[in-house]
Ligand binder design. Structure first.
Ligand SMILES: [Zn+2]
Ligand SMILES: [Zn+2]
Length: 221
């Protein structure tokens, strides 16, 4: 069998612990394995604590690395936070619209990273024959100390121009480019993912890998 290239991790997955998803955690893990992923990161909305049940569950699936982060709402749009521990994060940002710059600094100070999720917007006006065009979300333009952007989001897999625009922007800004499915149902897990150079086994590994910027997003559509 040909050796698989890179380490595939879906960095943006929701389950029933997000509230707006009905996805059973076991079905998510089994779907990830079926898709050939090496790892997933659960990123429930608002609460890192919400995904704690995955800690017990993952023991039943030794062939998939299961990590946990959180997706928070900020004044610069949604942001994915990785590499933070329940005990020190203490569900910071829950039920609040966070200040994005404060979140970036806070996450980094605690050994983690905050990365803008699906940072694009529709702008009306010149440049497109139908009067509408896709652009980078202008709310992230002034953020300092960013490491990466989610340039490929599974929900936009049918519209690859979004991935292209965000990817070009990330390159121009010297930022890493990640992909994640944003799946809310098991079937969508792996629709977009990130290919890392080497395996990661812990949140700390993941942060180090993301800081290296040696990875790229992939969409399965
Ligand atoms: Zn989001
Ligand atoms: Zn999401």
């Amino acid at each position: 069998m040909a050796k698989k290239r890179g380490f595939r991790i879906d960095l943006h997955v929701h389950s029933m612990y997000s509230g707006e998803s009905l996805a059973d955690p076991r079905d998510i893990i089994e779907s990830a394995l079926e898709k050939g992923l090496d790892a997933i990161c659960i990123t429930e909305h608002e609460s890192l604590h919400a995904s704690r049940p995955f800690e017990e569950l993952k023991k039943d699936y030794p062939s998939l690395i299961v990590l946990r982060g959180v997706e928070l709402s900020t004044d610069a749009g949604h942001m994915l936070v990785y590499g933070i521990e329940d005990s020190v994060w203490n569900d910071w940002g829950k039920h609040n619209l966070c200040n994005a710059q404060e979140l970036i600094v806070r996450a980094r100070n605690l050994g983690g990273l905050a990365i803008p999720a699906h940072p694009w917007q529709i702008v009306e006006g010149a440049g497109s024959h139908d009067g509408v065009q896709i652009a980078v979300d202008d709310r992230i333009a002034s953020l300092r100390n960013l490491t990466a952007l989610e340039v490929c989001n599974g929900k936009q897999a049918s519209n690859p121009i979004i991935c292209e625009i965000l990817g070009a922007f990330a390159k121009q800004m010297g930022l890493g480019r990640i992909g994640g499915s944003d799946a809310h149902v098991p079937e969508k897990v792996g629709q977009a993912y990130t290919v890392l150079k080497a395996p990661v086994y812990s949140s700390r590994d993941l942060v180090n890998a993301l800081l290296s910027k040696m990875y790229y997003p992939q969409s399965s559509c």
